[in-house]
Design a protein around this ligand. Structure first.
Ligand SMILES: *[C@@H]1O[C@H](CO)[C@@H](O)[C@H](O)[C@H]1NC(C)=O
Ligand SMILES: *[C@@H]1O[C@H](CO)[C@@H](O)[C@H](O)[C@H]1NC(C)=O
Ligand SMILES: *[C@@H]1O[C@H](CO)[C@@H](O)[C@H](O)[C@H]1NC(C)=O
Ligand SMILES: *[C@@H]1O[C@H](CO)[C@@H](O)[C@H](O)[C@H]1NC(C)=O
Ligand SMILES: *[C@@H]1O[C@H](CO)[C@@H](O)[C@H](O)[C@H]1NC(C)=O
Ligand SMILES: *[C@@H]1O[C@H](CO)[C@@H](O)[C@H](O)[C@H]1NC(C)=O
Ligand SMILES: *[C@@H]1O[C@H](CO)[C@@H](O)[C@H](O)[C@H]1NC(C)=O
Ligand SMILES: *[C@@H]1O[C@H](CO)[C@@H](O)[C@H](O)[C@H]1NC(C)=O
Ligand SMILES: *[C@@H]1O[C@H](CO)[C@@H](O)[C@H](O)[C@H]1NC(C)=O
Ligand SMILES: *[C@@H]1O[C@H](CO)[C@@H](O)[C@H](O)[C@H]1NC(C)=O
Ligand SMILES: *[C@@H]1O[C@H](CO)[C@@H](O)[C@H](O)[C@H]1NC(C)=O
Ligand SMILES: *[C@@H]1O[C@H](CO)[C@@H](O)[C@H](O)[C@H]1NC(C)=O
Length: 760
């Protein structure tokens, strides 16, 4: 009785807080920060929300993921009266009203705002395409803002739409000098850049070369102008048009704030107007500097430059493709939503908030002249600026496995190739390829962050996972010796891991970590399967028997004396933690851990819940949301699984937080760790949230999708163009991990389970 009462009180308190103070209808909920243009480590614009009340598009400046303000203004004039719909501009000596935001909805690819301005309703769609089945398109570092207007009173109204960006999109250091040009044509392109450029230099997370683009499709009612912020904005507000003139007084970002503007006259409208399309982007060439054998550095370009003659050409085509891009995005959104809703509606929301963010940290590249040489790189973002961090790719892995294994392969290749050259001196797998994106310099003295068991296990698990999904044996064939070296390292070091860090570096190092040990052991088992796939039965049975004997010892050392749960650390029965690495045993279908362990853990987690979730372990009340979701993926009951999912949902929907999705939060308070100040830098916008798709990934049941990319020594095909069309997402044909879990642990009638859990 009391329990029910306090449950209801909590529920009402939560509902009241969550929905009561947000002034607009948020669907599915008001997220901590709304993704606006999120496509690359250097094109990452968000609308952070104030805790409790949210922040309206019409009176707040967008921000770069790290908090730098990005001047992005949008106005509409309705019968001569001007309203702001985007940004927080103040324009002296003119009257500027504020449009009223009435709704916000978001999907995997879009954030859509609805606002009222006088007698018209504006729809502002921010579309950051996710194009996993076309790697060339995925590599385009551009994003859309599309605006249309509809009278709300059935009368005719004269409507003009304006938008500009400031030079803050170029750099976070306002004292830097910039210059710019405007090119007119079917698409009008403003291009702006630093006057002093430094190749491959990332300073305070902003790239010090390349250009920012602001483009718009031209029509008869289109005008443009470059110049001081207040001058452009006042010109539009007073007259509804711009002057088609360039300011050529090149200067510092904050010296009379040079801005780049467009205005579109939609004329007198009685129904929904034409859609006005703006494109914002940040492009650079070359994109990545990558170490090759002998230590020489190779300059790699973004993959789209293999198909377009210039960046301008790419911007133009991209701008003109909006309606098709929107159709493709709607189809992808529907597919993801459909698959995720087979788990639950709350799960669908979590997934939708994670997709753009993960892809927004990834860049696809090739070497000019060789379109078969495709590699992808990821920036760690916020926890460090490192490139190709192994234990960042690993957490995000489910998203790549789900959307297109070819991207997973392209992410593994730089790590495998570098370590195969012998330039990395350690016997274990490296942590990353360099401390500062976009320079993949490697660590010739082996002094990268040390996570030997973690990263060796990660590489073996991901490599086998890729191979199982694709039947493409090229990685395990080419890099067999390297994989074998890591497996041998694990044989010597996984069962009793020395005092070392796991991926949860923030928690510090610890000897004999139960969860780390099992990752290493699964890694050894993965090597057995890798050997087997290549027909090496002696190698395979050797690793097999080691893995089996280790698991038995592990289970004994890792379980408390009373047999209630796994420990955090061998031998210490007062410790416990989320043994999230067990997820890999299900993902790979290795099934070396007995089902009794999963059942025990399922019982245990339900007994140690805080308000916002099960903590990572006994050292603290925090958790990473992706670890909570991996925990969900290995629960043996639907209710326990959904409970963990609902906790993450509750955290994200709490309106307590303000940063681009931070996976690191306090399960007691629901607050992002260090998100409200403190001695550490909060995690945010990290690609690891791709791990939220863990329940969507078909397990090892060997799907039908084939080799999907030209990258890699033994792959066939010659251009990304030809292969991209044959690329299929890998999730459509196979049974989801969840269904496998339920089948193996609950023994429900197979048909009922399939109906419930099959990926549709
Ligand atoms: C521009 O920004 C720099 C660095 O923040 C600052 O020192 C300078 O005073 C600013 N200049 C103007 C004109 O505001
Ligand atoms: C802008 O600066 C860049 C880099 O210094 C230079 O290459 C370019 O010619 C300049 N453009 C204009 C329009 O001055
Ligand atoms: C105001 O706009 C009209 C077109 O609507 C244009 O002909 C005129 O030149 C503009 N005047 C100024 C001062 O911008
Ligand atoms: C729009 O309507 C106004 C008022 O009815 C009229 O003065 C104006 O000429 C119309 N503009 C166009 C482009 O039709
Ligand atoms: C890729 O994008 C281009 C424009 O940027 C578009 O024309 C083309 O249809 C897209 N291709 C696919 C397969 O999505
Ligand atoms: C192109 O790249 C692929 C993949 O890295 C490589 O196998 C091939 O040798 C390269 N071709 C040339 C001509 O360099
Ligand atoms: C690693 O060693 C190199 C010299 O080989 C040095 O330049 C670099 O600063 C070191 N990095 C770290 C993270 O200690
Ligand atoms: C996929 O399944 C087939 C037939 O069941 C099997 O022969 C093959 O080894 C499997 N491939 C992988 C990569 O597991
Ligand atoms: C780790 O566990 C093993 C086996 O229980 C034990 O022998 C060893 O002392 C432990 N190491 C540490 C540092 O606690
Ligand atoms: C088989 O696998 C073992 C262990 O990985 C390896 O040492 C051996 O060289 C492999 N044999 C062949 C023929 O590849
Ligand atoms: C066991 O874990 C608890 C909780 O983390 C810790 O306080 C205690 O020192 C540990 N005991 C040993 C023997 O390490
Ligand atoms: C979804 O999550 C919310 C917390 O955000 C929770 O209150 C609600 O009960 C969950 N919905 C379902 C159907 O479980």
């Amino acid at each position: 009785m009391f329990g029910l009462l306090s449950f209801l009180v909590t529920l009402f308190a939560w509902v009241g807080f969550a929905h009561g103070s947000i002034a607009w209808k948020a669907t599915p909920f008001n997220p901590p920060s709304v993704p606006l243009a999120v496509r690359s480590p250097y094109l990452s614009a968000w609308l952070p929300q104030s805790a409790g009340s949210g922040s309206s598009l019409s009176n707040s400046w967008p921000q770069f993921w790290n908090g730098d303000v990005l001047g992005w203004a949008g106005f509409v004039t309705v019968d001569g009266v001007a309203y702001s719909f985007l940004g927080s501009a103040s324009v002296p000596d003119v009257t500027l009203k504020e449009a009223t935001q009435t709704a916000l909805s978001w999907t995997s690819t879009q954030s859509v705002f609805t606002l009222t301005a006088g007698s018209v309703q504006l729809t502002v769609t921010f579309l950051s395409p996710v194009e996993p089945t076309n790697l060339v398109n995925q590599s385009l570092p551009f994003s859309y803002m599309a605006v249309n207007a509809t009278p709300t009173d059935g009368e005719s109204h004269s409507v003009q739409v304006y938008s500009d960006i400031s030079s803050e999109w170029i750099s976070g250091n306002d004292a830097q000098k910039v210059n710019w040009t405007t090119t007119t044509g079917d698409v009008i392109i403003h291009q702006a850049q630093l006057q002093q450029q430094t190749l491959f230099a990332d300073s305070d997370d902003r790239i010090q070369y390349g250009s920012v683009y602001y483009a718009s499709v031209s029509s008869s009612g289109t005008t443009w102008q470059t110049g001081e912020d207040t001058v452009l904005r006042a010109q539009f507000i007073k007259n509804g048009t711009l002057l088609n003139t360039q300011d050529t007084n090149y200067r510092a970002i904050n010296d009379s704030w040079p801005c780049y503007a467009f205005a579109h006259d939609l004329g007198n409208i009685t129904g929904t107007s034409d859609t006005v399309v703006f494109v914002v982007g940040h492009a650079r060439d070359p994109t990545i500097s990558y170490v090759t054998s002998g230590g020489s550095m190779q300059s790699r370009s973004s993959l789209y430059l293999s198909q377009y003659s210039s960046i301008d050409d790419a911007v133009t085509t991209f701008a003109q493709d909006y309606s098709n891009a929107l159709s493709r995005a709607n189809a992808l959104d529907a597919e993801i939503s459909n698959d995720a809703s087979a788990v639950s509606d709350n799960y669908t929301d979590i997934v939708a908030l994670s997709v753009r963010q993960t892809f927004g940290a990834v860049e696809l590249t090739y070497t000019p002249g060789n379109t078969s040489d495709v590699m992808a790189f990821v920036k760690e973002i916020s926890s460090s600026g490192a490139i190709s961090t192994t234990d960042v790719i690993y957490p995000a892995w489910p998203l790549f496995l789900y959307t297109n294994t070819a991207i997973g392969k392209a992410l593994l290749l730089p790590l495998l190739e570098y370590q195969a050259t012998g330039q990395y001196p350690n016997k274990w797998a490296c942590h990353d390829l360099g401390p500062q994106y976009p320079k993949a310099t490697g660590y010739p003295s082996g002094n990268d962050t040390r996570m030997p068991v973690e990263e060796s296990g990660n590489m073996l698990i991901m490599t086998l996972s890729y191979t199982q999904k694709t039947n493409d044996l090229s990685l395990i064939r080419t890099y067999y010796n390297l994989l074998d070296q890591w497996a041998q390292y694990l044989v010597s070091n996984a069962l009793d891991p020395s005092n070392q860090m796991s991926s949860d570096a923030f928690a510090g190092s610890l000897a004999n970590q139960t969860n780390l040990a099992i990752k290493g052991i699964i890694g050894i088992k993965a090597m057995a399967q890798i050997a087997s796939l290549l027909g090496n039965s002696s190698g395979s049975s050797n690793y097999d028997s080691i893995a089996s004997s280790y698991v038995q010892k592990w289970q004994q050392m890792a379980t408390t004396s009373d047999g209630m749960h796994l420990t955090l650390q061998y031998g210490n029965s007062s410790t416990w933690g989320i043994a999230y690495n067990l997820y890999a045993d299900k993902l790979l279908g290795t099934n070396i851990v007995p089902s009794s362990v999963y059942e025990m853990q399922t019982q245990w987690y339900t007994s140690v819940e805080n308000t916002y979730g099960v903590p990572l372990d006994t050292r603290n009340t925090y958790v990473l949301s992706n670890e909570e979701i991996w925990g969900a993926a290995i629960m043996t009951s639907t209710s326990a699984r959904n409970q963990l999912i609902d906790f993450v949902h509750k955290y994200l929907a709490s309106n307590l937080n303000t940063l681009p999705l931070s996976e690191w939060y306090d399960t007691a308070t629901g607050k992002t760790i260090c998100g409200t100040g403190g001695s550490c830098t909060p995690f945010r916008a990290r690609p690891v949230v791709g791990g939220h798709l863990a329940l969507l990934v078909a397990s090892a049941s060997n799907s039908t999708s084939g080799t999907t990319i030209t990258a890699g020594p033994t792959a066939t095909g010659t251009s990304p163009e030809t292969t991209s069309t044959s690329t299929t997402s890998s999730h459509s044909s196979a049974m989801s991990l969840v269904s496998q879990m339920m089948l193996s642990t609950l023994c429900l009638p197979a048909l009922a389970v399939s109906v419930l859990f099959l990926s549709l």
